[in-house]
Design a protein around this ligand. Structure first.
Ligand SMILES: *[C@@H]1O[C@H](CO)[C@@H](O)[C@H](O)[C@H]1NC(C)=O
Ligand SMILES: *[C@@H]1O[C@H](CO)[C@@H](O)[C@H](O)[C@H]1NC(C)=O
Length: 584
């Protein structure tokens, strides 16, 4: 072999090694922090002056803050499905056609289909260590109580600790129930009717006006007892059957306790990071905060200026700070992309039984959770990656929580799936300032399965048009939400249709106060026609998929129920204390 040839081979080898090494170094870790029901008006870095959120503020100061970051849906389950898959929830069947738009029971058969590809799955294939800690809310079992077809471990997460369903008032003794409406219709009204009938019959019989056979009394009493029994059983068993903590496939606490819950989740997240100092990792820390039931540990209870809601926000913020400290301590900060967001806007209708506000603030924006006014979908969105993203940058282009999927997947060195539509767009060009424009010309805003509004950011224009095909009827009239029904619904008597659509220029009217008309906007018809056409194209290209939120898929199915004790219906155990001792 000639000397020069040898040299060339050596050079080649060296280059190859360097390339491989630099690729290894440039593949960052990911820490994705997701709040539940937090409004964009809550973090200090988004303008709140009275809630203390130093953790979130630090992220914004050291990273890039998005001011028009949008949830793919104003409800938990569909928004989280879109976040995990980078696709509109209708594409995976994770959008309801009826009133109930989220999973309520842990033992329901609906969930994120295994045919869907999450970013966790792709990262795991790339050698990433992957974990989800906290809330999932995308299903669990399909056919029996241990097939785990929709479980996080079946969707690319190598480790899971948390809650399969969602935090709810019914999970916390003394915090009331979210089923008041259902109880009124299914139990209270029938019981009232039966009682009145019984009393009337007794009176008539007593007065000798009517001869009522004893069997009638017996039947009515039996019916009343049955309804009452079912109601009491439901209220009694709901908590253990739905509110439990689970590690991988093993229940650790049933029912879950709120004592130091955030501390436990944070500690678990920190130890996952510590275990993976030498491996690229993906951590999704999906907080139970600040959905009701509100809770906080002794250290935070009563400390904020905004009641139990504010205490919960401040405790979550403390946890964010802890995670950032761990990254610093392990010298991982410069090699970790941290993202912070909420699943959708604050639930403004959420009041406790004493009328205390238990929902957050959507700042200047109208509406909130469960509707597509800006308050329902505009969410905090912060990306921090020191040395790669410019600290303190603010971007007002429309972006979506679906964009996290392609952004993360590309950075991890994985190709994007080619056999399906991915609606998210890689955010790195925008975040790094290489591009000034969002890749989203059109964004579609769904109310469950119904196309509610379209957003259009025309090229070479600063306008952000938003056209509503329908809007929710706020109740009582004039309110900033659907207080009479607690959430807004997406069809029938609950909405007002608009033809032509209700058009706003969000860039000039972010509060959505002044709908445009052909008189105030000379290009009105042209704009609306373009948006209508985009909506038609989008809708026509959708493929029919099984509805994961059909009645059959959201109902409680006893054979899917997980229970940590084999004896009877009690389902009670607490291995958390034991686990804690073992990790010490
Ligand atoms: C700050 O957050 C609290 C709690 O959500 C809210 O009551 C208050 O109105 C917010 N302040 C601003 C300026 O949005
Ligand atoms: C992290 O990156 C920042 C910004 O580039 C730099 O100032 C800092 O020294 C780096 N820290 C470490 C530990 O490398």
């Amino acid at each position: 072999m000639s000397k020069s040839r040898e040299m060339r081979i050596l050079w080649f080898l060296l280059l190859f090694l360097c390339e491989a090494r630099s690729q290894g170094v440039s593949r960052p870790n990911f820490v994705l922090l997701v709040a539940d029901d937090l409004g964009i008006g809550d973090p200090g870095c988004y303008g709140n002056k009275t809630l203390r959120t130093p953790g979130m503020d630090r992220l914004a100061q050291e990273g890039v803050k998005l001011t028009q970051h949008l949830a793919a849906s104003p409800l938990c389950t569909p928004s989280r499905a879109a976040f995990m898959t980078g696709r509109y929830p209708v594409r995976s069947g994770m959008a309801s056609a009826a009133r109930v738009g989220v999973f309520i029971f842990s033992a329901c058969s609906g969930g994120l289909p295994t045919s869907e590809v999450t970013f966790a799955k792709l990262l795991k294939n790339q050698g990433y260590s992957t974990a989800l800690i906290g809330k999932w809310h995308l299903g669990n079992n399909c056919h029996n109580n241990a097939d785990f077809c929709h479980h996080p471990l079946s969707h690319g997460f190598g480790y899971f600790y948390g809650l399969l369903g969602t935090n709810m008032r019914d999970c916390k003794p003394g915090d009331g129930t979210v089923f008041i409406g259902g109880i009124r219709v299914l139990a209270y009204t029938p019981l009232k009717v039966i009682t009145i009938t019984l009393l009337t019959l007794v009176a008539l019989k007593h007065l000798g006006l009517l001869d009522v056979p004893p069997a009638v009394f017996f039947c009515l009493l039996f019916l009343a007892a049955l309804i009452l029994g079912l109601l009491l059983a439901f209220l009694h068993y709901f908590r253990p059957l739905n509110c439990f903590l689970i590690r991988d496939h093993e229940i650790t606490q049933q029912p879950m306790s709120y004592d130091n819950l955030t501390q436990r989740l944070t500690r678990d997240a920190a130890s996952f990071i510590r275990r993976n100092v030498d491996t690229p990792f993906l951590l999704v820390l999906s907080y139970l905060h600040v959905h009701t039931a509100l809770y906080s540990s002794e250290e935070f209870a009563g400390k904020s200026k905004h009641g139990t809601y504010g205490d919960a926000v401040e405790e979550m913020d403390w946890s964010i700070g802890q995670i950032l400290n761990v990254l610093d301590e392990l010298r991982l900060s410069n090699n970790t992309l941290v993202y912070f967001t909420s699943d959708h806007g604050a639930h403004v209708e959420e009041l406790n039984s004493k009328g205390e506000v238990h929902g957050g603030s959507n700042g200047i924006y109208k509406g909130g959770k469960s509707n597509n006014w800006e308050g329902g979908i505009r969410i905090p969105g912060i990306f921090r990656w020191p040395g790669v993203l410019q600290a303190g940058l603010e971007i007002d282009e429309p972006t979506s929580n679906m964009d996290v999927f392609p952004t993360v997947v590309k950075l991890a060195g994985s190709p994007l799936p080619e056999d399906r539509v991915i609606d998210g767009r890689d955010l790195m060009p925008l975040l790094q300032g290489r591009s000034q424009r969002s890749d989203h010309e059109f964004l579609f805003h769904y109310c469950n399965v119904y196309l509610n509004a379209v957003r259009w950011h025309p090229q070479n224009s600063s306008s952000i048009w938003k056209a509503f095909f329908f809007t929710p009827k706020f109740t009582p009239e004039g309110a900033n939400g659907c207080f009479s029904t607690h959430l807004c619904f997406c069809y029938g008597q609950y909405i007002t249709h608009h033809d032509p659509p209700l058009l706003f220029d969000i860039s000039k009217d972010p509060r959505e106060r002044n709908p445009l008309s052909p008189r105030t906007e000379p290009r009105f018809r042209e704009i609306v026609a373009t948006m209508q056409q985009a909506a038609d194209l989008h809708t026509r290209a959708l493929q029919a998929v099984p509805n994961q939120l059909s009645l059959g898929n959201i109902l409680w199915k006893p054979w899917l129920q997980m229970c940590c004790s084999s004896s009877g219906l009690s389902c009670q155990c607490d291995r958390e204390a034991q686990d804690e001792r073992e990790t010490l």
